[in-house]
Design a protein around this ligand. Structure first.
Ligand code: UFG
Length: 346
């Protein structure tokens, strides 16, 4: 089976994608600098799949290290490039850190792809490229607005770099996936999201509040122009997001038919408000959540959800799991890490 290099493979979306790749018999190599991930995820992958993929600790923003790494690799068929910084707020405070890491790494990888004749790349983009769109749902043709954060800008620039690279190098193939909001964890509760410090994202904050690590969830704003006043997002189960990468690899096998640069929305097609998340979490888990409404968070948009028709038709892919599946898996995972922590502290 083809060999897939997964950069950022020890991270949240990367690790779940690796499970799906192994299920489809792909040979996986992981490369990660572990700056925002934990090597123990490899044990989790092994526990779930029976296979411990080859691992390399490497920082792709380092040009020499990247070259040395690729020079030793043989027969990589496709790269799935997850490795990037992803905290929107942090990117506003430390823009150069974001531009340097996210853009240098992409350029280094593309240069080495070319040199070593690695033909295919799947790029982690984000629905953040749309900003606050005028019309919902957003399609792949919805105009791209000026990015709201350096993080978002690295995704827009990343797509542009890949498009130009594709034009100049017709033998190389690119699929960019615009992720909506990934949530949840593997259904076994063995792997999941591991936020460092206080979580920025809604679901880890919800589960940490429910388990007692955080006192109270703050809901950022209930004065949006939405049915209940709270902001709306398209929350996709991380395992569904993972299968979209397998579909993207299949697509790359047929590039002659489709051109060598394509972009797809990867969401569920349904918009859910923050209050709906809270209510669904309470129903699914039986946990009462302590929350209060506070002011809007700077930089947040009011609403976004995906038009998924293009991905459904062209990738033959659709999100299958429900919001309830996602929230119960996130809760199961939170309990796993909490119990692990308790045992370690004893
Ligand atoms: N929210 C709260 N309280 C919290 C955390 C979040 O009310 O403690 C709200 C936010 O205001 C927002 C919603 O929950 O309305 C979702 O917030 P997240 O931080 O979970 O996700 P974002 O939509 O802000 O950001 C995510 C990813 C980014 C990506 C972006 C694209 O984290 O990487 O989606 O829209 F760029």
């Amino acid at each position: 089976m083809p060999k897939i290099l997964v950069t950022g493979g020890a991270g949240y979306i990367g690790s779940h994608t690796i499970i799906e790749l192994i299920k489809q018999n792909y040979k996986v190599i992981i490369a990660d600098n572990l700056s925002n991930s934990d090597i123990r995820v490899l044990d989790g992958i092994e526990k779930i799949t029976g296979i411990k993929p080859e691992f390399h600790k490497i920082d792709f923003a380092d040009t020499k290290a990247t070259k040395d790494f690729f020079d030793k690799q043989k027969n990589i068929d496709t790269i799935i490039h997850f490795a990037a910084f992803k905290a929107v707020g942090e990117s506003v405070d430390f823009p150069l850190k974001y531009y340097k890491n996210n853009i240098f790494s992409l350029i280094n990888i593309l240069e080495n792809m070319k040199k070593n004749m690695v033909k295919n790349i799947v790029f982690s983009s984000s629905c953040t490229v749309y900003g606050q769109a005028e019309r919902m749902p957003v399609t792949e043709k919805t105009p791209i607005k000026k990015a709201d954060s350096p993080y978002g800008n690295t995704k827009q620039i990343g797509e542009d770099i890949l498009m130009d690279f594709g034009k100049a190098n017709p033998n190389f193939n690119v699929v960019a996936l615009r992720y909506f909001n990934p949530i949840g964890a593997h259904e076994t509760g063995i792997i999941g999201e591991l936020p460092k410090g206080i979580p920025n994202n809604l679901i880890p904050f919800v589960t940490q509040t429910a388990i007692g690590i955080r006192k109270q969830l703050q809901i950022f704003g209930n004065d949006y122009n939405t049915p209940d006043g709270t902001a709306i997002r398209d929350y996709i189960h991380v395992c569904d997001l993972a299968t979209a990468h397998v579909a993207a690899i299949d697509r790359l096998k047929n590039k002659e038919k489709f051109g060598n640069f394509e972009v797809f929305n990867v969401g569920t097609g349904t918009g859910i408000s923050v209050l709906e998340i809270v209510k669904e979490f309470e129903t699914v888990t039986g946990q009462k959540l302590n929350y209060k409404i506070v002011g809007r968070r700077k930089g947040d948009i009011e609403k976004v959800w995906a038009d998924t028709k293009f991905a459904e038709k062209q990738l033959n892919w659709k999100a299958k799991r429900t919001l309830s599946d996602a929230l119960s898996s996130a809760w199961k995972w939170e309990k796993t890490i909490y119990n692990e922590q308790m045992t370690m502290n004893k």
